[in-house]
Design a protein around this ligand. Structure first.
Ligand SMILES: *[C@@H]1O[C@H](CO)[C@@H](O)[C@H](O)[C@H]1NC(C)=O
Ligand SMILES: *[C@@H]1O[C@H](CO)[C@@H](O)[C@H](O)[C@H]1NC(C)=O
Length: 560
């Protein structure tokens, strides 16, 4: 009898335990899907269960229906990889990666001169996450697995720097990096960690008007005290939609899409109403839903807002008509107001993109013929939009904008374009524009090459935007000129930035072999090296007809 009673008791306890664990009340919740390849530690605070103080009243849902067949982007002419050049790029990647592993493993960044790690983006191993998909693309599967093991342990609910969370940077680098690495590898840990991060970031949309705050303060968010910012850049709000939309698609959870669709609605409401209709000023009041000031640019703080209008079209399989409509209106306005042809000694047929300030009272526009390295993404954006939206003139503008950045690389003694420079704008985009030295202040400074009015920012920060546009032009046209330009740029960058350990920023590109700085931002391995590799690889590796890259060069699979 007794043994029977024990058996019954044991049976009861077992059932209770089973129920207990499946009802998710164990201290460590079992992640979705159950079995993971590596030990998995969920974040210490589960934001998916946090109280939402301002829930959306009408959930915006992902567009439904089968994806449209969009025009082909890549050239019909498939090209083989150039093995020696691919290996050269891979070698530079591995050198940087080995140094990161040795001196900065799981830190946000490697400091390439002092051989130390740096916490610069909440301390969740930014470099590691940002480089995951590059590891995969280069076929470094063991390194990839080693990195995934670390990703499985990240705790998004604790920042290592005890600071608030930067919504924009965390979204494009971490969330984008995880989603792309998941799209490539189908490794469930990556999606689970992306969902955890998405749920964490979702808290910053819990505001009275459901527009986000740029800085997510966990303690404030837990008390329902988050408000949208009274001054936030266009890029900070407009560069979230790809990542949150991809997360919504992969999880079939509309809440992530709802969060960013509301930003689109806000932008759309004002697009034709600004002092430069078609564009948005760089700064906006998201809290009271107003536009601020009248400074228009596609450089930093505005750039990727425009890029994402174009890229949402393929990401949503063409099922949303508002993004392409907004994109065309914006790109036409940029063409008519910001693009300029610089006066150059050889009368090069190139374009750059400047800035406009509108006087709020008189509505007079002041144009500045300035070009930043960051703005070099524009060539790729126009070319991509041109293919997707069947606008050949955009492809031509994209080609001339990209040629403008290549021209700036070639013009400098270091062979690298400066962070920022000013020029003399020709009267028109088209037609001859002979060089007239009288427009340039006299100089005997050999470091200011012909055509440059001034070099305002002389550094090179290992940025990707120029090679990004060369990548688009190469894949779209198959014209060897772009591959040749890329190799020149690569040789120059390696010569000027390589250090004993890795690669470092340079402070003055107006001289060859100028002084270096102790910084290697995560986009070096996440973007710059990746785009170089993809230019020299087979042209169908990461085809633009299958993937759309976020602004941090993370490829998301397009719906088919
Ligand atoms: C803005 O103007 C364009 C035409 O220039 C139009 O197609 C678009 O629908 C307008 N947007 C809004 C929100 O009214
Ligand atoms: C604005 O432009 C008008 C003519 O278009 C001109 O008369 C006026 O002086 C300008 N105002 C300023 C402040 O430059």
């Amino acid at each position: 009898m007794i043994s029977r009673r024990y058996a019954a008791l044991l049976f009861f306890v077992c059932i209770a335990l089973l129920l207990w664990s499946s009802f998710d009340i164990l201290p460590r919740r079992q992640p979705a899907g159950g079995k993971f390849k590596y030990p998995y530690v969920p974040s210490s605070y589960d934001w998916s269960k946090a109280k939402v103080y301002h829930p959306p009243t009408d959930m915006k849902r992902l567009p439904t229906g089968s994806p449209k067949k969009l025009p082909q982007i890549q050239s019909n002419k498939r090209s083989d990889g150039q093995e020696a050049k691919m290996q050269a790029v891979k070698k530079a990647f591995l050198k940087s990666w080995e140094a990161y592993k040795k001196f900065a493993w799981t830190k946000d960044e490697l400091m390439p001169l002092s051989a130390k790690g740096k916490t610069s983006l909440s301390g969740w191993s930014a470099q590691l996450v940002d480089a995951l998909d590059t590891l995969w693309i280069m076929g470094l599967k063991d390194e990839f697995s080693q990195a995934v093991k670390e990703v499985a342990l990240i705790d998004w609910s604790k920042t290592q720097d005890n600071r608030v969370v930067n919504l924009f940077e965390v979204t494009i680098r971490y969330l984008g990096g995880l989603l792309a690495a998941y799209d490539l590898s189908q490794e469930p840990i990556l999606l689970a960690k992306a969902v955890e991060l998405g749920d964490t970031l979702y808290a910053t949309f819990d505001t009275p008007n459901r527009l986000p705050s740029h800085w997510l303060d966990y303690e404030k968010a837990k008390q329902g005290q988050t408000t949208a910012d009274a001054k936030m850049s266009a890029a900070a709000g407009g560069t979230l939609c790809m990542e949150f939309t991809r997360l919504a698609v992969l999880t079939k959870n509309d809440k992530y899409y709802d969060a960013v669709e509301r930003i689109k609605i806000f932008f759309r409401r004002f697009q034709n109403e600004t002092t430069l209709p078609g564009m948005w000023p760089i700064w906006m009041n998201y809290r009271d839903e107003e536009m601020l000031e009248s400074h228009y640019s596609i450089a930093g703080s505005a750039d990727s807002q425009y890029e994402y209008l174009v890229k949402m079209h393929p990401l949503l399989g063409g099922l949303d008509t508002e993004y392409p409509e907004m994109a065309i209106k914006a790109l036409d306005t940029i063409r008519d107001n910001l693009l300029f042809r610089p006066m150059t000694p050889g009368d090069a047929n190139i374009l750059l993109a400047g800035e406009v300030e509108i006087d709020d009272n008189t509505r007079n526009a002041t144009f500045t013929a300035k070009m930043d390295h960051l703005t070099c993404f524009a060539g790729g954006m126009y070319a991509l939009a041109g293919k997707l939206l069947d606008k050949l003139d955009y492809v031509d503008l994209g080609s001339r904008l990209t040629a403008g950045c290549v021209w700036e690389y070639d013009a400098m003694p270091s062979g690298i374009m400066p962070e920022s420079a000013t020029f003399v704008a020709c009267a028109k985009l088209d037609g001859p524009c002979p060089f007239n030295a009288e427009h340039m202040p006299p100089t005997d400074d050999p470091r200011r090459p012909g055509g440059f009015l001034s070099v305002q920012g002389t550094s090179y920060l290992l940025r990707p935007e120029a090679i990004e546009s060369v990548f688009y032009m190469w894949r779209i046209t198959g014209d060897q000129t772009w591959r040749d330009a890329a190799w020149r740029m690569w040789e120059n960058i390696v010569r000027e930035t390589e250090t004993e350990l890795a690669f470092a920023i340079v402070r003055d590109v107006t001289v060859s072999l100028g002084p270096k700085g102790d910084s290697m931002e995560t986009f070096w391995l996440g973007e710059t090296v990746k785009y170089f590799y993809l230019i020299f690889s087979d042209s169908d590796l990461m085809s633009l007809d299958e993937y759309v890259f976020n602004t941090e060069a993370h490829p998301f699979r397009r719906p088919v």
